[in-house]
Design a protein around this ligand. Structure first.
Ligand code: SAM
Length: 471
């Protein structure tokens, strides 16, 4: 029985409720009265239910799709402005005991070299990331209780936060490790992590069991209930995601929103972020073996529908996607992107992009400086801000900031100050030129005169060598 408040996976992701939702969406997709009323509700910017959002996703009327896209773009602008938060993944270890059939780390794959970074190697990787200008990382790790126990992850987080190379610092470490216990989530919280990210891969239980035939990840309920344990352990910023291509996208979309509704119903706070990875080619993995791959067009439609359904949730896109797709999907709702990523263990200290331990092929292979410049040229402010969780604005407190319309007095100046740091320390001449012009224009948009004055003073302090200001 469907129950969003339940802590049982099969009750908050009730298969019958997903199927009924899809049937309802099919039934309503040509009913313009229903579509219009859902779009009107979405305009209130308070979100949509999984059923309502599924109707929009099913709709094939070009005029209505354009309306949905325009609304997604507007909601994105209203809640997130033109800031795009930057991050990079850091792969600690590709040892893994699971048998995930889409992932090259699966434990039967003898082609890839198994590698686990020592603390000394992590230090080198972090210095390389700091030298690019990164301030925010997403830690990635295979599941292996012997090779990658929680103590190894905790020690690595400590190492990462301790490294201060030149003006560099990693100020926020998000963590993407396998589902674990409440006790371990509490340890991660105490280690000062930002978001705990875990992709569901697929919400379809039958497929999930086939796609994860062996290892601890085979346990559908344990994996699906991970965010509840994370919340119980005190982590109130959690990041959801589906690996698109594994199952039918409409099923995943409805279930993903049900998961978000569940977190809101059970814990009073929805997901901090939603990631939308698509399956990619990798060693031992041919994406065409998975017959639910989606076109770029459908992918963008999913992003637009997520944006209007959960306006307060950040959306993340990785370098799995090309520059073209990233441009379109940023317009429609994405608020965070990775840049200059290497998806191999130890990849950042290699001159050439290594492929021997890579998790998947990277489509966008530009440098961070190039991505930053590109964002600015297309009208965005690349932001290296990490202020929220450091100021205790996690969970619903971050949402409150969003809802209160204080973004322009808080996130906006933070974005400009961290961009200024990037320009001073890491950017090429051309990027500096474009960036300085952008900052001068954007600083004028801060509504509160006192905040504006402080931000202007901070910008000149940054020019004179000070770092790490935040509202
Ligand atoms: N081991 C952790 C777990 O069990 O969830 C997560 C870390 S894994 C390095 C990060 C994510 O990469 C996975 O959750 C999966 O969605 C994604 N991934 C795996 N294989 C992929 C592929 N071939 N293409 C794109 N993404 C992939």
């Amino acid at each position: 029985m469907y129950n969003p408040k339940s802590l049982k996976a099969e009750e908050f992701i009730d298969n019958q409720e997903v199927l009924d939702t899809l049937a309802y969406a099919e039934e309503c997709k040509d009913n313009m009265e229903v579509i219009d009323s859902i779009i009107e509700k979405a305009k209130l910017r308070k979100g949509l239910t999984h059923r309502e959002a599924s109707v929009l996703l099913a709709c094939e009327n070009p005029e209505k799709i354009k309306e949905i896209y325009d609304l997604a773009e507007q909601i994105k602008k209203d809640f997130y402005g033109n800031r795009i938060v930057m991050f990079a993944p850091l792969y600690l270890s590709n040892y893994c005991v699971n048998g995930c059939v889409y992932c090259p780390y699966h434990h039967q794959n003898c082609n890839i070299q198994r590698k686990k970074l020592t603390q000394e190697e992590i230090k080198k990787e972090v210095i390389a990331l700091q030298d690019m200008g990164h301030k925010r990382l997403a830690l990635e790790c295979g599941e292996d209780p012997v090779n990658n126990p929680i103590d190894y992850v905790l020690e690595s987080i400590k190492t990462i936060y301790s490294i201060k190379h030149k003006n560099g610092a990693i100020r926020r470490v998000n963590v993407n490790i396998a589902a674990t216990t409440v006790e371990n989530y509490r340890k991660l919280k105490d280690a000062g992590i930002g978001t705990y990210i875990l992709f569901q891969e697929t919400y379809h239980k039958e497929s999930y069991l086939k796609l994860h035939p062996t290892g601890p990840k085979h346990d559908y309920a344990y994996h699906t209930e991970a965010m509840d344990r994370a919340m119980e352990g005190g982590i109130d910023d959690v990041g959801l995601g589906v690996l698109f291509g594994l199952e039918l996208y409409k099923y995943e979309f409805a279930a993903l929103l049900m998961h978000a509704e569940h977190l809101e119903a059970a814990w009073g706070v929805g997901p901090h972020t939603i990631s939308v990875p698509r399956i990619k080619k990798a060693d031992d993995i041919d994406p065409s073996a998975f017959d639910n791959s989606i076109s770029d067009e459908t992918f963008c439609k999913i992003a637009a529908c997520i944006r209007v359904a959960v306006p307060y949730t950040g959306m993340i896109i990785s370098t799995r996607e090309s520059e073209e797709v990233r441009a379109e999907i940023i317009r429609l709702g994405v608020s965070q992107i990775s840049g200059a990523s290497r998806t191999s263990v130890g990849g950042y200290t290699e001159e050439e992009r290594p492929h021997d331990t890579e998790q998947f092929d990277v489509s966008d292979q530009r440098t961070l400086d190039e991505v930053v410049r590109w964002l600015m040229e297309t009208g965005y402010i690349p932001s290296f801000c990490t202020a929220c969780y450091r100021e205790g604005r996690t969970g619903d407190r971050f949402m409150e900031l969003c809802k209160s319309g204080q973004i322009l007095n808080c996130c906006h100046p933070n974005a400009l100050m961290t961009l200024k740091e990037f320009l001073m320390d890491y950017a090429t001449e051309e990027t500096v030129k474009i960036g300085e012009k952008l900052i001068a224009e954007e600083i004028e948009k801060i509504p509160n005169p006192r905040v504006k004055e402080i931000a202007i003073n901070n910008l000149s302090s940054i020019k004179n060598g000070s770092r790490d200001f935040r509202f």
